[in-house]
Write a new protein. Structure first.
Length: 196
C-alpha cells in the first residue's frame, strides 16, 4: 500500500474548505498543530478561535475561511489523526511482517503501540469523544476507524488459523476491539491513560 501523507489526504477533507495557495496549506497545518497543542493543555470547549489564532500566528478570519466552525476544525484534526493511525494499523497488522512471531506476541506488541499512540493524542481524543456525544458525524468517524482496525486485525488473525480455536474469530475480534477501545475511551475521558 502506498504511503499517504496526512497533509495530502486532508486536501479531500469534508471538514475543510479547500486551499488554493501553498501558503493556505501551511496556515492550515499551523492551525491544526496549534489546536493539537492546546488540546494537550485544556478542554476543547475552553479553547476559543482567538486562542487558536494566537497560537498558530494567523487571524480568526483566516481560520473561518478554512473551517465552517470550531467543531469542523476538531473534525479535521481528528481526521488527520485517523490517517496516521490507519498507516500505523497497516504496518502493525501486515501479515508478511510477522512470519516468525506467534499471534499472541504480535497482538500484545501491536496493541501496546496503539495504546501509546492514543496516550500521546489523548487531548484530541478526549475532545473528539466529548463532541461525539452530540454529533452523529463524529460518532460515524469513530465507528469507521473501528471498522478499519477490525478489518486489519482480521486479515492477520485469519491468516493464522492454526493459532486460534474460536469458532467465530471475526466476531470475537470485534468484541475484543470494542471492549478495548471502550476502556481506552473511558480512561481518556477520565484523564487516566498514563503509563501504569
Amino acid at each position: 500500500m502506498a504511503e499517504v501523507h496526512p497533509e495530502n489526504a486532508l486536501q479531500q477533507s469534508r471538514w475543510i474548505t479547500p486551499a488554493t495557495q501553498q501558503r493556505s496549506q501551511q496556515t492550515l497545518e499551523r492551525v491544526l498543530d496549534a489546536t493539537g497543542k492546546l488540546l494537550a493543555q485544556r478542554a476543547f470547549r475552553e479553547i476559543s478561535v482567538a486562542d487558536i489564532a494566537k497560537a498558530s500566528r494567523c487571524s480568526p478570519p483566516s481560520i473561518y475561511a478554512r473551517f465552517e466552525n470550531k467543531p469542523a476544525l476538531l473534525g479535521a484534526l481528528y481526521e488527520r489523526h485517523t490517517i496516521s493511525q490507519r498507516q500505523l494499523y497497516v504496518q502493525l497488522f501486515a501479515v508478511e511482517r510477522w512470519r516468525d512471531t506467534g499471534l499472541g506476541n504480535i497482538l500484545r506488541h501491536a496493541f501496546m503501540q496503539i495504546v501509546d499512540s492514543h496516550r500521546q493524542e489523548q487531548g484530541l481524543i478526549r475532545a473528539f469523544l466529548e463532541e461525539a456525544s452530540e454529533n452523529q458525524s463524529f460518532r460515524a468517524a469513530w465507528a469507521e476507524q473501528g471498522d478499519f482496525l477490525h478489518q486489519k486485525v482480521c486479515q492477520l488473525v485469519l491468516s493464522r488459523p492454526h493459532e486460534y480455536r474460536h469458532p467465530a474469530p471475526e466476531d470475537a475480534i470485534r468484541m475484543g476491539l470494542e471492549a478495548g477501545f471502550a476502556v481506552i475511551a473511558i480512561r481518556v475521558l477520565l484523564r487516566r491513560i498514563d503509563r501504569p
